[in-house]
Design a protein around this ligand. Structure first.
Ligand code: 2E4
Ligand code: SF4
Length: 314
C-alpha cells in the first residue's frame, strides 16, 4: 500500500539552547576531571534521555545536597539554586560546580540588586519549579512574593506599592507574561522591571517559531519532558496560535498515531532540554508511516555560547 503524503514543518530554532549545552558539558567535563561518581543536584536539565546518558557515564542524580557525600564533587543544575545551597556546600568543604545558566544567574543578581536598593521583589513564575525556588531563594524566606497569574496580581500583599520591582522565570510564555506585567503596572504604576526581559532569547525564539508554524498545520508535536517548563509553554503557544492538536512527546513511542489519522501536515519543535537525536527519532517514525517531505521554518538564527566555569577549563 502506498503511503499518504505528509509535510513536516521543522521549527528553527528548536532544541538545545546555550545554557543546556553548557550544563551538560559541565557534567561531562567534571566526570573527566574527577572520575565517577560526580553528584548532580536535581536533573541537570529536564530530560530523561540526557539524565540517563550521564548516569551511564557515572553521574549520580539526587534532589538535595543532604543526599551527597562530603568527599565527592557536586554540580548544581541549570535551573539555579537558592543561596543556602552553595553556602551549605561551602560549610561542608565540598567541591561544587554551579551549572546554573548565566541567564538565570543574571536574574538572581537583578533580584538582589533591587532588594538592596530597598525595593520589595515580586517574582512572576511557577510555584515549586526549581528555577522559581532558586531565584526566590536569593533573598531571605518570605522576601520575594510569587505571582503566577493575572488574578494573583489583584491580591499580592505588598508592603509599599511605590517601592516594588519584579523579575520573572526565564521560560515563561512571552504573551501570558505581557498580560501579567500589564496588570502589575496598572496596580503599581511605579513598579520597576528588568532592563532587558528576563524571559531568555531561547524561550522567545522557540515560541516565535511555533507561532509561525502552528496556524498552518493539522498537528504540532513538541519533543520534551512533562517537567520541562519551556517545553510545556511551547505546547500552549501552539494551541493558542490556532493548532487544534498540540502535544508534548518525550519520544517517538509516545506519539498517538490514531489521533493523527488523515492528517497532511505536522509541525515539530523541541524544548530547550530535548536532544536533536530525539527529534530525528520522531521524524523517522513519521517516515515509516507517511511519504514525508521536510521543510524547515526558520524565524531566528542563534549564535549564543557560554563558557564552562574556569575550574573545568584547567
Ligand atoms: C534552566 C533554565 O526551566 P525548564 O523546566 O524549562 O528547564 P529545562 O531543563 O526543560 O530546560 C532548560 C532550562 C534550564 C531552561 N531554563
Ligand atoms: Fe538559559 Fe534560556 Fe536555556 Fe534556560 S532556556 S538554560 S535561561 S538559555
Amino acid at each position: 500500500m502506498s503511503k499518504q503524503p505528509l509535510t513536516l514543518y521543522l521549527a528553527a530554532p528548536r532544541g538545545f539552547c546555550a545554557g543546556v549545552d553548557r550544563a551538560i558539558k559541565i557534567v561531562e567535563m567534571a566526570l573527566e576531571k574527577w572520575g565517577a561518581p560526580v553528584y548532580v543536584r536535581h536533573e541537570i536539565v529536564h530530560n530523561k534521555f540526557v539524565v540517563d546518558g550521564l548516569r551511564d557515564k557515572g553521574a549520580v542524580f539526587v534532589e538535595e545536597l543532604d543526599d551527597c557525600p562530603d568527599d565527592r564533587p557536586v554540580i548544581f543544575s541549570a535551573h539555579g539554586v537558592a543561596k543556602s545551597v552553595p553556602a551549605e556546600a561551602t560549610r561542608r568543604n565540598m567541591v561544587y560546580v554551579d551549572a546554573t545558566c548565566p541567564l538565570v544567574s543574571k536574574v538572581h543578581v537583578e533580584a538582589q540588586r533591587h532588594s538592596e536598593a530597598g525595593l520589595q521583589m515580586i517574582m512572576i513564575g511557577h510555584k515549586g519549579h526549581p528555577e522559581t525556588i532558586g531565584t526566590m531563594g536569593q533573598l531571605p524566606e518570605g522576601e520575594v512574593l510569587l505571582v503566577e497569574t493575572v488574578d494573583d496580581v489583584t491580591t499580592v500583599p505588598v508592603r509599599d506599592p511605590d517601592n516594588i520591582a519584579y523579575v520573572t522565570q526565564t521560560t515563561l510564555s512571552v504573551d501570558d507574561t505581557k498580560d501579567i506585567v500589564a496588570s502589575l503596572q496598572a496596580r503599581f504604576p511605579k513598579i520597576v522591571g528588568p532592563h532587558k526581559e528576563d524571559i531568555c532569547y531561547a524561550t522567545t525564539n522557540r515560541q516565535e517559531a511555533v507561532k509561525a508554524i502552528a496556524p498552518k498545520v493539522d498537528a504540532m508535536l513538541v519533543v520534551g519532558a512533562p517537567n520541562s517548563s519551556n517545553s510545556r509553554r511551547l505546547v500552549e503557544v501552539g494551541s493558542k496560535a490556532g493548532c487544534n492538536y498540540a502535544q508534548l512527546v518525550m519520544r517517538a513511542e509516545n506519539i498517538d498515531w490514531r489521533a493523527l489519522e488523515g492528517i497532511t501536515s505536522v509541525g515539530i519543535t523541541a524544548g530547550a532540554s530535548a536532544p536533536e537525536l530525539l527529534v530525528n527519532e520522531v521524524i523517522e517514525a513519521f517516515r515509516d508511516r507517511f511519504d514525508v517531505t521536510v521543510e524547515t521554518i526558520e524565524t531566528a538564527v542563534e549564535n549564543v555560547e557560554f563558557k564552562v566555569p574556569r575550574v573545568l577549563r584547567t
